[in-house]
Ligand binder design. Structure first.
Ligand SMILES: Nc1nc2c(ncn2[C@@H]2O[C@H](COP(=O)(O)OP(=O)(O)OP(=O)(O)O)[C@@H](O)[C@H]2O)c(=O)[nH]1
Ligand SMILES: [Mg+2]
Ligand SMILES: [Zn+2]
Length: 323
């Protein structure tokens, strides 16, 4: 079983007293949530790891994802769906982040350290019938992805991910093709040092801050109107029809691949991802829905397509993709 805190695979220690039953990891001695251990097979862990440079939108993405899962009326469309945080830390992280966004504030830059995961159980997502999951969400400072040695030290969680997310904000890059390739190169070398192999993983490339793309790329509206439209009408209703939703999400991924080649000219990145991972998918989100002003949101946030990277990750963590 996978320890969410030190990521060792081991059998957990079990201690029963007259009044309690507790579990801990023999490797790091951290206490583990009882439900995590007792229902490990029923809710297997899926590691969600955000890889990306400083200020590219990792923390805001997680906050917007929690916001979308809790505040946008999903149970209205998914009739038996609910989420459950597995420990006190996770409960606090979810509610604090949702509260922050609701009040128009934005999270501070994340320190570079080995993060504790937010453990969130997802029950009855209609897209994936047979298994429910415990998400283990890891978010560390973007500096950790500047050099392989830093990645090894602060982001070792990536090794346990079946599917890894690269969060890339195109409007924050001078030369997207070159810098995306640098991120990838750093990642692949770091994974090697960690004793893992990217070859065993799926990659989900997530273009963040999608609301900014029309400004950054004047040709966006003219050449990629379908992508702009996909982002704009990213309301929750369409999630009521899982099959249609996934089909469209796959089509958008193909279009974003074309965009990456034709618009960004990121040939080296594309060739190397093709070689380095089991599969590569593309998605695009706007966590806030609009540009902040002076470090605050002047309007209520309107997350767009923030579930897509999660759906990709879960799809690629399914036995069919994995086995
Ligand atoms: N316009 C727009 N800006 C965004 C969006 N998401 C994030 N930002 C901006 O990007 C800033 C950085 O986002 P974070 O999520 O904190 O970035 P990070 O990747 O966690 O950064 P580090 O923790 O420093 O590695 C935010 O403070 C916002 O100003 C978005 O969807 N749209
Ligand atoms: Mg951060
Ligand atoms: Zn441990």
């Amino acid at each position: 079983m996978l320890c969410p805190f030190c990521l060792a695979e081991d059998r957990f220690k079990r201690e029963r007293t007259r009044t309690s039953l507790s579990y801990s990891c023999p490797n790091c001695n951290e206490p583990l949530p009882a439900l995590y251990v007792q229902q490990y097979r029923q809710y297997p862990p899926v590691v969600i790891s955000a890889v990306g440079f400083r200020q590219h939108g990792k923390t805001v993405y997680f906050a917007a994802l929690f916001y979308a899962l809790k505040k946008l009326g999903l149970p209205q469309y998914w009739s038996t769906f609910f989420t459950m945080a597995l420990n006190e830390d996770s409960l606090a992280t979810v509610y604090d982040n949702v509260g922050l966004l609701e009040s128009g504030e934005l999270p501070l830059s994340t320190p570079k350290n080995f993060p504790r995961p937010t453990m969130l159980r997802l029950e009855d997502i209609p897209f994936f019938r047979h298994v429910d999951y415990t998400l283990l969400c890891y978010d560390t400072g973007g500096e950790s992805f500047e050099r392989p040695t830093q990645l090894v030290q602060y982001a070792g969680f990536v090794r346990r991910a079946r599917s890894v997310m690269f969060l890339i904000s195109l409007s924050d890059l001078q030369d997207p093709a070159e810098e995306m390739h640098r991120l990838l190169n750093t990642y692949v070398v770091g994974m090697g040092e960690l004793g893992g192999a990217a070859r065993d993983q799926h990659l989900v490339v997530v273009y963040t801050k999608g609301d900014r793309l029309p400004l950054r790329l004047p040709q966006w509206g003219e050449r990629w109107p379908d992508l702009g439209e996909y982002l704009r009408d990213g309301s929750m209703e369409s999630l009521a029809r899982p099959r249609g939703y996934l089909r469209r999400m796959h089509r958008v991924s193909e279009r974003l691949r074309e965009f990456t080649q034709e618009e960004l000219g990121a040939y080296e990145f594309l060739n190397m991802t093709g070689q380095s991972f089991r599969s590569v998918a593309f998605s695009m989100v706007s966590s806030l829905g609009a540009e902040p002003e002076e470090g605050r949101m002047p309007v209520q946030i309107a997350p767009r397509r923030v579930l897509d990277p999660l759906l990709w990750t879960i799809e690629r963590s399914q036995p069919r993709w994995w086995g």
